[in-house]
Design a protein around this ligand. Structure first.
Ligand code: PEP
Length: 253
């Protein structure tokens, strides 16, 4: 069965000392609070803090992810970080296709597909973000937008590869805005994504894939979101920068 995952996307926040303190605080709270079984926490710090964060990682409930990866294998691509580099540092997960990367850095569904391929080739699990912007929601296009992103970013994969992927539904209008999708709005998109996966790969594969919700998720709304049958956890931005809130969200199953 699929895992419950609560992943923290720190974005471009924290200096080194703050990052060290944050991961330390998260770990000390986890020692006090027993995480519910089958719940995995993933922390995605900026690249320079990955190594420090992997010192805290374990194979059972706390893993580390990157926020981005190159779509190329290696070579003369100044400033890029390859999947092979992440693999060599034993990084387990990597966010791909976040709406900020799509909006500010021109990432397309094709770039997403190429990054997913790199990650899978090097044994990392992609956390692939999809979601509509406000105008698309207001014109009722959310289902078709998400369908296009899922099909073009992921449907070239084999069923075996698909089982390694985590999908995050993040309505762009809810990211960092304080506006959360209602559990009903989130559940209907999650169910739609799972039905697309079932039609392409079969129900067994679809049932094994974790689909996370992201967008102003916090301790006060996590419980009702995570209670929805097709919501398997969260991708958390702002609230992942506060150890208490992040751990409280992970305790919300
Ligand atoms: C995100 O950026 O992935 C996110 C969900 O941000 P926030 O929780 O701050 O809305």
């Amino acid at each position: 069965m699929r895992k419950h995952i609560v992943a923290g996307n720190w974005k471009m926040n924290c200096n080194f000392n703050e990052a060290d303190e944050l991961v330390n605080d998260i770990m000390s709270r986890l020692e006090e609070d027993q995480l519910p079984r089958e719940t995995l926490m993933v922390v995605c710090p900026p690249f320079p803090y990955l190594e420090m964060t992997t010192d805290y990682a374990n194979d059972s409930y706390f893993m580390v992810g990157a926020q981005n990866v190159s779509d190329r294998e290696k070579g003369a691509y100044t400033g890029e970080v390859s999947a092979e580099m992440l693999e060599s540092m034993e990084i387990d997960y990597c966010i791909v296709g976040h709406s900020e990367r799509r909006a500010y850095y021109g990432e397309t569904d094709q770039t997403v597909a190429a990054k997913v391929d790199q990650l899978l080739k090097h044994g990392l699990k992609p956390i692939v973000c999809v979601g509509e912007v406000l105008e698309e929601r207001e014109s009722g296009k959310q289902f078709e937008v998400v369908q296009r992103q899922v099909e073009q970013g992921l449907f070239h994969l084999t069923a075996e590869q698909m089982r390694e992927v985590v999908i995050a539904y993040e309505p762009v209008w809810a990211i960092g805005t304080g506006k959360t999708a209602t559990p009903e709005q989130a559940q209907e998109i999650h169910a739609h994504i799972r039905s697309l996966l079932a039609a392409k790969y079969g129900q067994n594969v679809a049932d094994d894939i974790s689909i996370l919700y992201g967008g102003s998720c916090k301790p006060s709304n996590a419980k009702e979101l995570f209670a929805c049958p097709d919501i398997d956890g969260g991708l958390i931005g702002g609230a992942s920068l506060k150890a208490d809130d992040f751990v409280a969200i992970a305790m919300s199953f």
